[in-house]
Design a protein. Sequence first.
Length: 557
Amino acid sequence: MIRRAVALAVLAVASTVPSAHASPTQESIFMDDPEIVFSAPDRLEATLTEIKALGADRIRVSVFWHLLAPAPNHQTRPFPAGAGADPRSYAAAKWDRFDAIVTTAERVGLEVLFNVTTPAPYWATPKPPREDLEHTFRPRAAEFGDFVTALGTRYSGTFRDEAIAEDPNPLLGPCEATPNFPVPPPLCPDDPGPDNPNPPNTGPVLPRVDAWSIWNEPNMPGWLTPQSHEDDLSLPASPHIYRRLLDRGYEGLARTGHGSDTILIAETAPRGERERSVTQSIKPLLFVRELYCLDAQFRHFTGRAAERRNCPDGGRGFQNAHPVLFNATGFAHHPYALERPPAANDPARDNAPLSNIGRLLRTLDRAVSRHGSPKRFKVWFTEYGYQTDPPDPYVGWPWKLQARFLSHAELLAYRRSRVRSTAQFLLYDDSPLRDYPESSPRYWGTFQTGLRTANGKRKPAYRAYSRGIHVDRSARRGERLLVFAYYRPATAPLEATVQFRPTGEKRWQTVGSKLTDAHGHVIMHPEARRSGEYRARFSAPGGTARTLATPVRVRRG
């Protein structure tokens, strides 16, 4: 459990803001697979409508290979080589959930980012050394490329849906419980075959998906193994396995007309383990260097070191062989801090939480320039959040701190011009893992980062996500405070008023008014005179919208 003394100490720390230009055009990404990918049809539209009303621009949707693949638990591929590139090789009923997502998202005004990832079907992997690795162990790049090709074809904007079956399977039925991630359960529908053809493609044209990311957290063993080579733990394995998957996935998108879409690489987790093993995560900056076939000093691998990594000796021809590593739209990253406040430094130099995102940018710049490319990647944050206590007594923060941390994180991202998006992971808290006793930390092994509890109660973060404020927590009398506020649903500039209420008083005083930018962000610098609380008020369409109040302690000079 996070001790109350730590929480109180956080309140006294002044904010740390990078000296960088702001990025007022960032988009907001929202992700909640249990509520979207595994949603009942009658609930999906309500969920997406709520996410849109909160001000999100885009949903990130996990497209689990195992979930769509025919015979995912069989060792033998159920169709001829190459047939996996045809969307008709997959059961129409299995496509229904993703068809419903893209169609509903278009209707409510949300963009879609498809994240194509494991678990893989068993037939697309070699026999693993352990059963628990069977859906993540060295997935075959050619099979993955075919799967991405099928996705690209189906969601090209020209592909017709299948006709409605006479007895359609429910999207979420009795044989498929809502899953505990990362491995979803199998689906009920039978796979297509000569005796069980899909309905003809005479339905409506499906919407186009034009934003993609390839794999989820490839530096984490829950999504890709081995992380380090089985026979030599000093040799990172996952970056080089991922590079092959990335190449083939990119080819699949390019040949189905998506080559000019938004294509994101990596989706890296922010931290890795110090020790190496088949199932110990790799630190993200080490992962990047190895992905680009570079050592710790950004030198090209040569000789035996290059050969073992499937890297070209001395880097010759690398850029031409792996165009996605230089042509992708951006680099996706999950800058979680979890048990630390957003601005807290991570002492491990190869880790990259939000406060140390400059490390990731510098590493990417050095990596691509070492191969002669001028590319300067934009970074997309596609997952982020803070867990709360309640319900998680082990790694959760108090509800009010979750709200404050999310607003502070918004500021830190806003001040980075190369950060292209911010993200919120989960609308609702995950259900606990009921296979373990409630007294066990494993019971809370899921994510409790929702803006609502599992039973639907709104946390303060619900309001803070839609309209938030961050203020320097401590200042000397006479200093200028930094007040950052935002109204996420904004589509045009609107009037923002910052108000102050001295400690012990009831009346709010206006200390400044200013128009936001077109996306609802505003920064003001009122003078610190007394301790008290600040809030922001927006003249929003439909009425006045207020943020939560945030306290500031003012010291005598």
